[in-house]
Design a protein around this ligand. Structure first.
Ligand SMILES: Cc1cc2nc3c(=O)[nH]c(=O)nc-3n(C[C@H](O)[C@H](O)[C@H](O)COP(=O)(O)O)c2cc1C
Length: 346
């Protein structure tokens, strides 16, 4: 018999796959069009797709497997399959929130498997932004992690009957950034950030910020399905989409690396995120869906396709590297332009 926490982790996996397709109307990245050049003056094998997750933390590929799971038998199987692919294609991979493992030693192996399957790759440990210094250090140690992700999930917690109701995070984040010896990435979980959030995090010393916006996995919907006490369906569309959050981050003009995640479902989305200023791109729900519904071989094939397509699309923009995408040209749909104008982002 698995614990209550393990049951919750299994529910997240099953609801995240059940509702992934119907989570949102429309695909937010369709609101961004890239401008083709007929004269690329570039060759595919000259394109450099390496980038950085955080200052000094180099990665060979611009996308990675974003935080999902750990804490149950099913989570262990998912983590093992994802970690094998991460090792094969040199993709960084984040664990799901490690807090359950700190409280329940029996489930630690479901996280450790990420490092065991990928001894030399880049592994990120994930924990709440409210974690103490001791918990943060234990999370890093459990995975021998190269970086720590601190998640901001106020909307998710508020929908959960057993969730937190108090969210004073900034001082703790500032402290953790100062004392930890690995890079700290602060991330949302699919509701996006606004320009003030990005400025406040950067001013607190955070050098890598994942705006993780709306458009893919929808934790408002997932937690609402788990909540039998109160119906929060009205906030099913809460938050900034990932393109909106990237435009918000852009005007914050911080020196922090900006990471995109939330609704990334194709190599073109990865490139569009780079054009909107992302230095790396996390993918969670889309990869999980393929893994659970079609198996690891199907996900393997998707990863090969993405790795082949990204340099070709970058070539079509006449750009020589993923990090050079920020100079590529684009236009926004009327809706997104309207958002940007009202928010004074243009
Ligand atoms: C099943 C599942 C579990 C998740 N658990 C965590 C978590 O423990 N910590 C975290 O920071 N984000 C978690 N996330 C959020 C993702 O890391 C990501 O920010 C969000 O899903 C948006 O990306 P996507 O649209 O590609 O799924 C989870 C996502 C999924 C699908």
């Amino acid at each position: 018999m698995e614990s209550r926490q393990a049951h919750r982790k299994n529910e997240h996996l099953s609801l995240a796959t059940k509702y992934y397709q119907q989570a949102h109307a429309g695909h937010p990245f369709d609101q961004v069009r890239l401008i083709h050049t007929a004269l690329p003056e570039e060759a595919v094998d000259e394109v450099d797709i390496s980038t950085e997750l955080a200052p000094g933390l180099k990665i060979p590929v611009p996308f990675y497997i974003e935080a999902m799971t750990g804490g149950s038998k099913q989570a262990m199987k998912v983590n093992r399959q994802l970690a094998r692919l991460a090792a094969k294609y040199q993709l960084p991979m984040a664990s799901g929130s490690v807090s359950v493992a700190l409280n329940e030693p029996a489930c630690r192996d479901s996280f450790r498997v990420i490092r065991e399957e990928n001894p030399t790759g880049i592994v990120l440990a994930n924990i709440s932004a409210s974690a103490s210094e001791e918990e943060a250090r234990a999370a890093i140690e459990l995975l021998n992690a190269d970086a720590l992700e601190l998640h901001l999930n106020a909307a998710q917690e508020l929908i959960m009957p057993e969730g937190d109701r108090s969210f004073h995070w900034l001082d703790n984040i500032q402290h953790l950034v100062q004392v930890l010896d690995v890079p700290v990435i602060v991330k949302e979980v699919g509701f996006g950030m606004n320009k003030t959030d990005v400025s406040r995090l950067a001013n607190a010393g955070v050098t890598s910020i994942n705006v993780s916006g709306r458009g893919g996995t929808n934790f408002a919907m997932i937690e609402n399905r788990r909540n039998n006490q109160q119906d929060f369906a009205e906030i099913a569309n809460w938050g900034q989409t990932t393109p909106e959050a990237l435009l918000e981050a852009h005007v914050a003009k911080s020196d922090a690396h900006i990471i995109a995640s939330g609704g990334i479902t194709s190599p073109l989305d990865v490139v569009k995120a780079g054009v909107l200023g992302a230095s790396a791109v996390g993918v969670a729900g889309y990869f999980l869906n393929i893994l659970i519904k079609e198996g690891p071989d199907a996900l393997d094939k998707v990863l090969v396709d993405w790795l082949g397509s990204i340099p070709r699309i970058i070539t079509l923009l006449g750009v020589e590297s993923f990090s050079g995408l920020q100079w590529a040209e684009y236009v926004l749909s009327p809706d997104l332009q309207n958002y940007a104008k009202q928010r004074r982002l243009l």
